[in-house]
Design a protein around this ligand. Sequence first.
Ligand SMILES: Cc1cc2nc3c(=O)[nH]c(=O)nc-3n(C[C@H](O)[C@H](O)[C@H](O)COP(=O)(O)O)c2cc1C
Ligand SMILES: Nc1ncnc2c1ncn2[C@@H]1O[C@H](COP(=O)(O)OP(=O)(O)O)[C@@H](O)[C@H]1O
Length: 315
Amino acid sequence: MELLHDLYQLKQRDEKLIITIGAFDGVHVAHRALIAGAVMRAREQGVKSAVISFNPHPDTVVRPNYPMIYLTTLEDKAELIAEIGADYLIIQPFTTDFMQLTPEQFVEWLITPANVTEIHVGEDFVFGHKASGNIIKLREMGKQRGFHVHSLAPLEVGNEIVSSTSIRKLLIAGYVDHASRLLDRFHSVQGIVLHGAQRGRVIGFPTANIEIPSNFAIPGNGVYATITTILEGNRRHEYSSVTNIGVRPTFDNGSRSIETHLLDFSDDLYDKHLKVQFVAKLRDERKFSGIEEIRAQLQLDVMKGREVLAAHGHG
Ligand SMILES: Cc1cc2nc3c(=O)[nH]c(=O)nc-3n(C[C@H](O)[C@H](O)[C@H](O)COP(=O)(O)O)c2cc1C
Ligand SMILES: Nc1ncnc2c1ncn2[C@@H]1O[C@H](COP(=O)(O)OP(=O)(O)O)[C@@H](O)[C@H]1O
């Protein structure tokens, strides 16, 4: 897949294109179905497929007072879209000027640089200033301008419509396993390992504390069975792990942290880049009477974590 930042970069190529367009935060099962549909059609016809998305998320510009909580970093989004098989990913900067485009101008922006033959979008797709363009308008414009519109009805998993909003809510409430069914993968959080109070090694469970990324979906406080990956350039080392998100009521009731204990691992992780995938919640965070009691619980957490991860085919 080729990553572009401007549709006009496609102009010189003079290729027929089947495109899909959206914010695609999380690249959840419905996004995947839409993108896979466009990729399949393009392959059938021997033309190229392009995914058009935005950065930052359009909601941050359209609703600036409403805090945005991302499900994916831009890098993860690109990687997930590449895995589906798209030929191009175009990340259009979403600015206040871009937000002002009328639906007609939006479609001109979309189709002028390239030879777009089909546009694949969800049925509820809206575009242009104040979301005044919809699928009916897009079809009308397609008739005039010579592209076909394919729409996908809202996708359900177990009678529930899949949406980035519902996944954010599930994660924040700690339902990481439920969220993973709508994502078709485990939700993950990445960060650099910071120095903590160095209490972990005293308890017998050293924990790598990762910096909490801002504006990102962090699962609710609690203890989770996780898979932690150490990212070093192109190298990735994966470990089973148990992770606590919270304020450590037994000790300091301090600032919120994400701390992960890697199983069958003993090495320095400070300043390393970690990715933690959340598989299932094990329990709520609690206040214990002291080190002995928390140590006994952590041993149980590790046992339970191993069981849960094994049931998911890991470890
Ligand atoms: C799997 C796991 C579960 C944890 N559960 C709790 C908990 O329920 N209550 C609590 O106060 N701290 C909990 N902790 C946090 C420990 O208290 C913490 O790792 C310890 O304070 C070390 O902090 P440090 O990394 O800053 O040295 C948990 C940590 C892990 C790894
Ligand atoms: N199995 C492990 N899981 C997590 N961190 C480990 C592990 N083994 C060694 N470490 C190292 O120990 C550090 C955590 O020890 P800890 O006493 O909890 O200190 P801190 O409070 O600074 O996090 C990690 O950042 C990492 O460098």
